[in-house]
Design a protein around this ligand. Structure first.
Ligand SMILES: Nc1ncnc2c1ncn2[C@@H]1O[C@H](COP(=O)(O)OP(=O)(O)O)[C@@H](O)[C@H]1O
Ligand SMILES: [Mg+2]
Length: 277
């Protein structure tokens, strides 16, 4: 059998549209995400970034357009199907899990390949101990990778905002994804933990081959991590290019200024924000 080479773009979004009432939240939006890359998605508030993520990850169904993962049409597939295919978007730790420990929150994530869950394993006592041990080892390895082993036995609800973001990232790691969508992972996170998150993303990308797409308002975070940036405004593609090109693009700056999110200095990169690494 001849091996069909994989397309260089892991994810292809073609002409996606969705409206809420009369508002075109995502309007003929196209995007490609390179395999093994860290793509950035920026744009002023209300540009449609989160809605685009929700369309890609199966939480909204587009009125038109297509999403291809590895060449396969996944448009409108349900989130759990996409999870099985290795496409994940992180979510805040649900309130009902906040009493469980950090380690338990990791062990709850279903295995991607088999759909097996911790609870499922418990129902078959013969394999319980071996499977629980394997899950626990995997969870502990992830806690170590993310440098949060010291909070393993604390309830998830007691973590700081930044530690919760790391736990969310840890939960995606349990599933061994191909591509992860992170929506404002740095929001409300202190500088030190932001460095830790940026470092974890970079290492997951380099060492484990995860592809990322990040929405983030902190331009320094985007500049440090992303090899490719797309800017949306009013539901549409505004510009795409290297970090340098996009952050000095006049249309991009105008879109931010127009929304009152003025950047200081010569471009969006010229903010007072300190370096991430
Ligand atoms: N579920 C929804 N129902 C109605 N309007 C929505 C919904 N989700 C998003 N919107 C609207 O769609 C537009 C894009 O929102 P969003 O995708 O959250 O933007 P961003 O993430 O770029 O800030 C906004 O005008 C927002 O109010
Ligand atoms: Mg958003």
């Amino acid at each position: 059998m001849t091996q069909v080479p994989k397309p260089p773009d892991l994810l292809v979004v073609q002409n996606l549209c969705i409206s809420f009432g009369g508002l075109k939240a995502v309007d003929d939006m196209s995007l490609t995400i390179r395999r093994g890359g860290i793509a950035g998605l920026i744009g002023p508030n209300g540009a449609g970034k989160s809605t685009l993520f929700n369309l890609i990850a199966g939480y909204h169904r587009p009125t038109s357009g297509r999403v291809l993962l590895d060449g396969e049409d996944i448009t409108g597939e349900a989130p759990h199907i996409l999870f099985g295919k290795g496409l994940l978007r992180t979510f805040q730790i649900a309130r009902e899990f906040s009493k469980l420990t950090v380690r338990e929150n990791l062990m709850m994530v279903p295995a991607r390949q088999t759909g097996e869950t911790y609870i499922g394993a418990l129902l078959r006592p013969g394999r319980v101990r071996a499977e629980e041990r394997a899950l626990r080892e995997k969870a502990d390895e992830i806690l170590e990778f993310l440098e949060i082993t010291h909070v393993a036995d604390l309830p998830a609800g007691s973590l700081s905002g930044g530690q919760k973001k790391l736990l969310e990232l840890g939960r995606t790691m349990m599933a061994e994804p191909k591509i992860v969508f992170l929506d404002e992972v740095g929001a409300g996170v202190n500088r030190t933990l932001l460095y830790t998150i940026a470092d974890a993303i970079r290492r997951l990308n380099r060492e484990r081959g995860y592809t990322f797409c990040l929405v983030e308002h902190d331009m320094q975070f985007i500049a440090e991590l992303c090899d490719d940036v797309t800017c949306m405004a009013e539901g549409r593609l505004l510009a795409r290019g290297s970090v340098e090109d996009i952050l000095s693009d006049e249309a991009v700056i105008a879109a931010y200024l127009g929304k009152g999110r003025a950047a200081k200095g010569t471009g969006l990169a010229g903010t007072e924000v300190e370096a991430v690494t």
